[in-house]
Design a protein around this ligand. Structure first.
Ligand SMILES: [Zn+2]
Length: 269
């Protein structure tokens, strides 16, 4: 058994033993033994049934946990994808700068070729000026390209770190998902076993008590569904029970319910 779940399972069992023990003076076995046999069996049914309900609740929570983890995986992937795209964008920009540079260099080569064929001095001077302007532009583009390369280096370093961190977190999340799935499988197995235990316990309870237990469950909603009555008060809702209810509880032998919350109440001497 997964140790955490096992621990929880045992803790719940202990809590329930404690609650049952609390409703019966002394230890569980002595308390149950001292009670009406049908009531004692119904209390055992309750113990098994509540454990089963708790396992069902745990199992219902699993999809919520898994959905939360899936969401975190998606967020992780989106975050790293954004960083990869940012680097790609910088590289596209660098290619554009490089094209501008090549175009400017081609322009200068063209001017120089033209210059060789020119005879007129003023035309020659004009071309020299154009070449100078183009070369200044080339210098500016080269600076821009250098700056862009530095940005790319920086973004690459950031991305490398982020990729390492991303891998670590993804492994962590995968581990968490595997753990939740494993726990879910264990919980399903425990639930199947506990359902069997409820059936076994229910088989010992007479129909009249079983019906009373089911009614108490549907009315009270929250466990415990069988409580002692002490000092004229219901051990579940703590309100006063009627004299009739108190009398039946004191007499024993058949189930009786709290007038207010519907729980089965029994006399605690
Ligand atoms: Zn009550």
């Amino acid at each position: 058994m997964d140790w955490q779940l096992g621990l929880r399972f045992k803790t719940q069992a202990a809590q329930w033993r404690y609650m049952t023990a609390n409703t019966n003076p002394g230890s569980e076995m002595q308390g149950v033994a001292g009670l009406d046999a049908d009531l004692a069996n119904t209390l055992k049914l309750q113990e098994a049934d509540v454990l089963r309900q708790q396992l069902e609740t745990q199992l219902k929570h699993t999809p919520v946990e898994l959905a939360g983890l899936d969401r975190r995986v998606a967020e992780e992937k989106a975050a790293i994808e954004e960083k990869r795209k940012a680097l790609q964008h910088l590289e596209v920009q660098r290619k554009e700068i490089d094209s501008q540079l090549k175009a400017a260099e081609a322009q200068v080569r063209k001017f120089r070729t033209q210059q060789v064929e020119i005879r007129k001095n003023d035309e020659y001077q004009a071309l020299t000026k154009q070449i100078e302007t183009a070369e200044t532009e080339i210098g500016a583009i080269e600076t821009q390209e250098l700056e862009q390369m530095m940005k790319i280096d920086e973004a690459s370093a950031v991305l490398r770190l982020a990729e390492t961190e991303h891998k670590r977190r993804m492994a962590e999340l995968d581990g968490e998902i595997a753990h939740v799935r494993q726990r879910e499988a264990q919980c399903k197995a425990n639930l199947a076993a506990q359902t069997g235990a409820v059936e076994t316990a229910a088989a010992t309870v007479p129909p009249v008590w079983r019906r009373a237990y089911d009614t108490a469950k549907s009315r009270a909603k929250r466990a415990p569904f069988i409580v002692p009555v002490s000092d004229h008060r219901c051990g579940g809702c703590h309100l006063r029970v009627s004299n009739e209810v108190l009398e039946v509880a004191r007499h024993g032998g058949k189930p009786v319910c709290c007038d207010s919350c519907g729980r089965i109440v029994y006399w605690q001497p």
